[in-house]
Design a protein around this ligand. Structure first.
Ligand SMILES: [Fe+2]
Length: 230
């Protein structure tokens, strides 16, 4: 088949024009938020959290929050903001941006979640973290007991967070759904996921066993100390 000069010219011009015009569109079509890589192997937290649970939790649920978020923010004022700013900007919008908030907050919550664990387990916290747990909760056992009580007070899905109270002391809070301390202007030092996808395959309805094992065996307390700035 012969291609005429006119066809070639039209085609070339169209390609040039499309190329020129498509640059900003292609830029906008790039997903603005990327899920961080899992900082260890999928089975590294086993047996506290199995490879199957990590695979589904990180590979399906966490991934879906990013996928949904990237779809929801395209063409909005949020697509160029840092993830933290999207969470804060959409937190109290009377429902107008609740879908964006839910996915942005869950993306951010899980970023902290995966980062705070260590393969093979960790010792109890030491130094300033330990002394603050002592002064606030009366020690390790009191801290774990308070975490379990706080989780019981969350009806349905949500998170338990180690944060600070208004007086500056450490504090455990429970929030439903995707809410986190950052929404309330507070730091997030440690987040325990209470959604069933975090534990049900491994522990069925024994949520307390999952929380206790997580706190006692796989939290990287150096990460918590770093978040506390101590
Ligand atoms: Fe989760």
């Amino acid at each position: 088949m012969l291609i005429s000069r006119r066809t070639l010219c039209v085609g070339t011009s169209a390609l040039t024009l499309a190329s020129t015009l498509s640059i900003p569109k292609l830029a906008r079509a790039t997903a603005p938020f990327a899920q961080p890589p899992l900082p260890y192997d999928q089975g590294a937290l086993s047996p506290v959290i199995s490879a199957t649970t990590v695979g589904l939790h990180y590979g399906k649920h966490h991934s879906a929050y990013f996928k949904n978020l990237n779809s929801l923010v395209l063409g909005t004022q949020y697509e160029t903001l840092p993830l933290e700013e999207v969470v804060k900007a959409t937190a109290s919008s009377n429902g107008a941006t609740s879908k964006i908030f839910n996915n942005a907050a869950q993306a951010w919550n899980h970023n902290l979640y995966w980062e705070q664990f260590t393969p093979g387990g960790d010792d109890r916290p030491s130094g300033r973290v330990s002394s603050e747990l002592e002064s606030t909760f009366g020690g390790w056992d009191g801290f774990v007991k308070e975490a379990l009580t706080t989780s019981d007070n969350v009806f349905g899905t949500g998170w338990v967070w180690l944060t600070r109270g208004d007086e500056g002391q450490l504090k455990l809070v429970g929030y439903e759904d995707a809410n986190n301390p950052m929404v309330f202007g507070k730091p997030a030092y440690l987040g325990i996921d209470l959604w069933e996808h975090a534990y049900y395959l491994d522990y069925t309805n024994r949520k307390a066993d999952h929380i206790r094992a997580t706190l006692e065996k796989i939290v990287n307390w150096n990460i918590v100390a770093k978040r506390m700035g101590v």
